[in-house]
Design a protein around this ligand. Sequence first.
Ligand code: MG
Length: 159
Amino acid sequence: MISEKLQNAINEQITAEMWSANLYLAMSFYFEKEGFSGFAHWMKKQSQEEMEHAYAMADYVIKRGGTAKVDKIDVVPNGWGTPLEVFEHVYKHECHVSQLIDKLVDVAAAEKDKATQDFLWGFVREQVEEEATAQGLVDKIKKAGDTGIFFVDSQLGQR
Ligand code: MG
């Protein structure tokens, strides 16, 4: 059985994952409007992945005898500048999510809940990948410049 404190902390993270899903969906819509259909596709997939994180956390809370909650999702930003600015925002956001997950591990440790710590390590590892992927795309877009940007766009459309 999961403690109420830890259940509530994971529920907050579910809200954060859903906020991330909305952020990336907003970025997807932005890119679609700007004519970057590859980036738009990538962002939609990214958004779906964040929803999968929320589902996995909810499943886990329920499996441990807790109650999973769908809470109010705050409004996300809308409208960016260049693709580089958007992906820099993605990188910054993923670093923020990594901090949230780390704090969640701290709560699980304080609650002496080994199963939840084990469950959360998967997300700690996931964040290493998320940060590396976002940083890699920032670097790639920088190198591509104005002339190569549509090549990167079509590449990300393959995701
Ligand atoms: Mg996530």
